[in-house]
Design a protein around this ligand. Structure first.
Ligand code: ATP
Ligand code: MG
Length: 211
């Protein structure tokens, strides 16, 4: 069986990258809003590989993060989970992922890349950002009515420097974060309604995030 045999071809889709440690309704609401707004065929959730460390904290094994992402997206026919990054050898850069997706889905494919407002502030520091901006449309999720001066400045900066617009979309669930969910679990506080029930069951079953 070839490496890409199980992959379907799409011509207009978004990629939602993340550690998903764990995945929560912030991710899901954002992906669905982008899917609807830009009339996409699919959103591919792309869990990252295990980095050596992320902010001094060991990331949960990609095996668990991948399965939680599958559980969370199972009810949405527009959502799919991709193993491209998990399975790639060596360091992964977003630009490599988009290049590989172009190879699979074709040069004519329209690819959107979804990030939260926090990530867009870092975008100028990303590896090969000019190529990345050329290869896909960026969509930044922000909170409704939330006017962030820093972010607007950055978006203007990108626009004038690279002559490329970054789309913005407002989502109501932006206050949810994986960090907060992990802290809640550690502190024996409820996580109900912050993420799908199936993911909570999975977390409890495998005793994730208890220390
Ligand atoms: P952590 O707290 O560990 O950083 P996280 O909640 O930010 O986790 P990530 O997996 O780091 O989740 O995020 C993946 C992508 O989703 C990033 O682009 C991030 O900006 C975005 N994102 C995270 N939380 C939200 C949210 N509540 N609403 C919209 N986008 C989000
Ligand atoms: Mg984050």
């Amino acid at each position: 069986m070839g490496k890409y045999d199980r992959i379907n071809i799409y011509k207009r889709f978004a990629v939602m990258g993340g550690t998903f440690d764990p995945i929560h309704y912030g991710h899901l609401v954002t992906a669905e809003a982008v899917r609807d707004n830009f009339k996409l065929q699919k959103v591919l959730f792309m869990p990252t590989k295990n980095p050596p460390h992320k902010m001094h904290r060991l990331t949960t094994d990609s095996y668990h993060r991948y399965l939680m992402t599958v559980l969370a997206t199972i009810t949405n026919p527009y959502f799919e989970v991709s193993r491209l990054e998990i399975e790639r050898e060596g360091i992964t850069y977003t630009v490599d992922t988009i290049r590989e997706l172009r190879q699979i889905h074709g040069e004519d494919a329209e690819i959107f890349f979804i990030t939260g407002a926090d990530a867009i502030l870092e975008i100028l520091t990303w590896h090969n950002v000019d190529e990345l901006l050329e290869m896909c449309e960026f969509v930044a999720a922000t909170r409704p009515g939330f006017y962030d001066n820093d972010m607007n400045k950055k978006l203007e900066e990108i626009k004038s420097k690279y002559n490329k617009e970054i789309h913005r979309i407002e989502v109501p669930s932006l206050a949810i974060s994986s960090t907060d969910i992990r802290n809640r679990i550690k502190n024996n506080k409820t996580i109900r309604y912050l993420l799908p029930e199936s993911v909570e069951y999975y977390i409890r079953k495998y005793n994730l995030y208890i220390e």
